[in-house]
Ligand binder design. Structure first.
Ligand SMILES: [Zn+2]
Length: 386
């Protein structure tokens, strides 16, 4: 595989690592900002200056666009976007989830993504909505797995391919999909179709499907949580073993006049202060930002910096062995997130089996959040350093 992943340090199920794509290297956990070529609120060059090493854009937009298709094919994506880091391209599955149909086949999108020089190519998987029946979910998962096999045949086993893990809200199907993708040799595995769970704050289900996919996948697979872009949930997602995120949130929230923080988002209109130390917030007052003709761009820049900073903070927390403390703090800011966090804490055996969990934190949060039973106490005792 042209994509390899090395785990450096671990805490809970989270890890810091090194993703290698061809000759390009990315420290993980990492955020891939979403770039929409039609509306670049922040240019890829600006992103690079903020420390972004990888971004994601949608090949389907380039495939369908009169304006961008030919330049992408002749100049390549890196030249066209002005970015020499890792560029991942999505296939059109997102449009499939929104509109129910796309005018591109699996082989078309694979070859197109290869032709425009994408560093990480995504096959046209079927993003099964979590409310879909089991029968239909199984059928769609079968199609997704067939397309992953087809992708390996078309581009060859050494191609930089991602293998989206589907299976709707059924943990056993997610686990099976993860296991099969691992057996097929995939090293880069986004967990797909979880946006509806996050949009409806179904964090308990999110935890169950992510941990099920992780159970099936080899631990050496780099796991991308597709569509998770709000910094409030990164710590929990990393604690579950997710390594990469993509974010359009920084731009979408900016367009709605919303100011991101690690505890949630606020309406710029309601802020009297800008509670952040980034360059944007230090050089503008809340009033100045509101009145600026560049308001949306300024908000987007602040939102992206906050998001990137949270990822750095998480990497450091893993390094320091204090990821529990960070997860605990973040999840207490939203009752529904707290329910997801409690769900994670019920995976007692798996958590206790980790070589390096931050043991003090684990004991503390369990004691505070879950009623202790005898089996919990046994599990907790097994985490006490001897
Ligand atoms: Zn700021």
């Amino acid at each position: 595989m042209a994509i390899s992943f090395e785990i450096l340090e671990e805490d809970i199920f989270g890890r810091t690592g090194r993703l290698k794509v061809g000759e390009k290297i990315l420290k993980t956990p990492a955020l891939l900002p979403v770039v929409n070529p039609h509306l670049p609120l922040i240019t890829p060059a600006e992103m690079k200056s903020l420390g972004v090493g990888a971004l994601i854009t949608n090949a389907y937009i380039f495939h369908r666009s009169k304006e961008f298709r030919e330049p992408a094919l002749t100049r390549g994506l890196h030249d066209l976007l002005g970015f020499d880091g890792i560029i991942m391209t999505d296939s059109g599955s997102f449009q499939l989830s929104v509109y129910g149909d796309v005018e591109v086949s699996n082989s078309d999108t694979l070859l197109f993504q290869q032709s425009i020089g994408s560093d990480i190519i995504v096959p046209l998987d079927i993003p099964t909505h979590p409310d879909t029946s089991r029968e239909q979910t199984e059928k769609e998962l079968g199609t997704t797995m067939d397309r992953l096999r087809e992708a390996m045949e078309i581009l060859g086993p050494g191609a930089p391919l991602a293998a989206p893990i589907q299976g709707g809200a059924f943990p056993d199907l997610r686990e099976q999909a993860g296991r099969t993708a691992g057996e097929m040799g995939f090293t880069f595995t986004p967990i797909g179709a979880v946006v509806p769970l996050m949009e409806s704050y179904r964090y308990e289900d999110l935890v169950r499907v992510v941990l099920a996919a992780k159970k099936g996948l080899p631990s050496s697979a780099c796991v991308h949580l597709f569509g998770a872009g709000h910094p409030v949930m990164f710590a929990l997602a990393v604690a579950m073993g997710c390594d990469l995120f993509d974010s359009a949130a920084y731009a979408l929230y900016a367009k709605e006049g919303r100011y991101l923080t690690t505890h949630g988002s606020k309406k710029l209109a309601e802020l009297s202060e800008l509670p952040c130390s980034c360059e944007v917030c230090r050089s503008h007052s809340a009033d100045e930002m509101r009145q600026s003709p560049e308001k949306i761009r300024l908000l987007a820049r602040h939102n992206l910096i906050v998001t990137l900073t949270e990822i750095s903070r998480i990497r450091q927390a893993i390094s320091d062995g204090v990821l529990w403390e960070l997860v605990d703090e973040r999840c207490r800011s939203h009752p529904r997130l707290l329910r997801g966090y409690r769900t994670l804490l019920t995976y007692t055996e798996e958590l206790a089996a980790r070589d390096r969990i931050s043991k003090r934190g684990f004991l503390l949060v369990r004691a505070c959040l879950l009623p202790l039973t005898v089996s919990h106490l046994v599990a907790c005792r097994s985490t006490i350093p001897s």
